[in-house]
Design a binder for this molecule. Structure first.
Ligand code: THU
Length: 136
């Protein structure tokens, strides 16, 4: 899958976002090393705390389908009905959750559009992360 296709998949996932409280809709597309792509959207709750970010939705779907190694994730977000001027950067909890399976090397694509995006590694977003290796 090309980078543009991965970003497009994240935009399609964003359409499914359930965000009646924040009205901020996020989509993610997580590519496994075996080539499968798992998408996710944010899902909010009337009690707020259980809210699941798009990135964690995608990761939970992927791991529950047997994927554990990932190469890239594309993330898109904007307030409902708006075009964002900022990229949507994963929250701290999502960075940690992605680190569990992607480690430093996971490529993160923060996209405003298929042509306008930032690229970085998870190691840059979460330096000196604490992960499975620390518990060995
Ligand atoms: N959100 C995500 O799904 N991913 C991010 O990277 C940032 C924030 C969601 C959580 C909540 O539903 C809404 O965006 C506003 O914070």
């Amino acid at each position: 899958m090309t980078k543009q296709e991965l970003i497009r998949a994240a935009f399609a996932a964003r359409e499914k976002a359930y965000a009646p409280y924040s009205r901020f809709k996020v989509g993610a597309a997580l590519e496994a090393k075996d080539g499968r792509v798992f998408t996710g959207c944010n899902i909010e709750s009337a009690t707020y705390t259980p809210t699941c970010c798009a990135e964690r939705t995608a990761l939970v779907k992927a791991v529950s389908e047997g994927a554990r190694e990932f190469s890239r994730i594309a993330i898109v977000g904007a307030a409902e009905g708006k075009v964002n001027t900022l990229v949507t950067s994963p929250c701290g909890v999502c960075r940690q959750f992605l680190y569990e399976f992607g480690g430093d090397g996971l490529e993160v694509i923060l996209a405003k559009s298929e042509e306008d995006y930032l690229e970085m590694t998870l190691g840059e977003l979460l330096p000196i992360g604490f992960g499975p290796a620390n518990l060995e």
